[in-house]
Design a protein around this ligand. Structure first.
Ligand SMILES: Nc1ncnc2c1ncn2[C@@H]1O[C@H](COP(=O)(O)OP(=O)(O)OP(=O)(O)O)[C@@H](O)[C@H]1O
Length: 375
């Protein structure tokens, strides 16, 4: 984690709305999916900003809107203070260098018919960053940066493990020398020991290249260890936004509280039954009235079904959209997960960090292999 600078945001969303479907044909009509509903946020240069929520809450759609991979139904995205929503495609191409994305499933996002070298070289050639032999040299360098051997350039994606494929995706994302990378569930498909390595790699790259990271994830353990600030999404809206530590120590929104209560402790002796949220996320084609969360909220009152709560300033850089957050906080202090209720991932990260610290102190310490063990 790092302290982001106080300058203007690198990326900003203003009143973003995304609706899918809703078209009426001659004989049928498809219902409108309200995937993102009036989202505004500012991402600071150099921070790691996390977007978290259950499946279907609109996290990926928001991530794609921020990079203009899809067009918003309403609202605007500003990159370095300039609106990109109506930018002509020529200008957008230049901007694509700065803004990159890595996906959950590295296999699906890597062309199986291209060698790793060509996959990583593509953005270098596209943006004219190098030519001829210099391209191959740059590919080797990028593979080295993400912890892969240069000779892997001649192989194909299917020859690699999930963690290695994610590293290839990261090398490709780095090839255009970006300023901001969005990771859409970048480690959810990976084994927990590999997750820790990829998270560490992203953190190292962030420091080394001064990147801004936006991490979309449903896993609160991943978020906690790598974020500076977190936006919690429910049914297309941000319901809470906060610096990471206070969010975990004292979540303000009942939905954030419920997400934290649902994390199981890894050690069976510490384990109390995780409290899962009641019911499923309502269908985004038929949004509940008032507060979208009221149908599942243990604190809901009649006002919640009638009045939509705005995101309000809760102090200390926190925002929350709940009519009763003060009362709920007083009734249930200290809901947050404390450090003793740690997860397998965080333990793995600690081991890995200790190993790295040792390696820096004693350069002869052996390399760590893909399974997280020492070779
Ligand atoms: N191209 C599309 N056409 C129609 N509906 C879509 C499309 N993309 C997403 N949706 C719908 O928009 C809603 C939000 O989806 P989104 O993928 O953004 O959520 P998410 O929080 O990222 O969930 P997940 O982690 O499962 O991807 C879902 O109801 C989804 O079915």
């Amino acid at each position: 984690m790092s302290a982001a600078t106080a300058e203007a945001p690198i990326l900003e969303a203003r009143g973003l709305v995304k609706r899918f479907g809703g078209r009426r044909g001659l004989f049928e009509s498809s219902p409108t999916v309200h995937a993102v509903n009036d989202v505004s946020l500012q991402i600071r240069r150099g921070e790691t900003f996390a977007i978290v929520g259950e499946s279907g809450c609109g996290k990926s759609t928001l991530g794609r809107l921020l990079l203009r991979l899809i067009e918003p139904s309403e609202g605007d995205v500003l990159y370095e203070g300039q609106s990109i929503t109506s930018l002509p495609s020529r200008d957008m191409r230049r901007l694509r260098r700065d803004l990159q994305i890595i996906f959950q499933d590295p296999f699906a996002s890597l062309n199986p018919r291209m060698t790793v070298g060509d996959i990583v070289a593509e953005p270098i050639r596209l943006h004219g960053l190098a030519r001829g032999a210099a391209v191959r040299a740059r590919v080797s360098e990028l593979l080295g940066i993400v912890g892969l051997r240069p000779e892997y350039a001649d192989r194909y994606p299917h020859e690699f493990s999930g963690g290695q494929r994610q590293r290839i995706g990261i090398a490709r994302a780095l090839a255009g020398e970006p300023k901001l990378i969005i990771g859409d569930e970048p480690v959810s498909a990976l084994d927990v020991s590999i997750q820790a390595q990829v998270i560490n790699l992203l953190e190292d790259l962030k420091e080394r290249f001064g990147l801004t990271l936006v991490i979309v994830a449903h896993d609160l353990a991943v978020i906690r260890h790598m974020s500076d600030r977190v936006a919690v999404m429910y049914l297309g809206e941000i319901v809470e936004m906060s610096p990471v530590d206070p969010l975990y120590e004292k979540p303000l929104h009942p939905y954030t509280q419920a997400l934290l209560r649902a994390i199981p402790a890894p050690d069976p002796k510490d384990r109390v039954a995780p409290q899962l949220l009641q019911g499923d996320v309502p269908n985004p084609t038929d949004l509940p009235s008032g507060c979208r969360f009221h149908t599942r909220c243990p604190h809901a009152q009649p006002r919640c079904a009638q009045e939509h709560p705005a995101l309000e300033d809760a102090g200390d850089g926190r925002l929350v959209a709940c009519h009763f957050w003060r009362e709920i906080g007083e009734a249930e202090p200290g809901i947050g997960v404390d450090d003793s209720a740690d997860t397998a991932l965080s333990r793995r990260l600690e081991v890995y960090r200790a190993f790295q610290a040792r390696r820096e102190a004693e350069p002869s310490t052996p390399e760590i292999n893909q399974q997280g063990g020492q070779t």
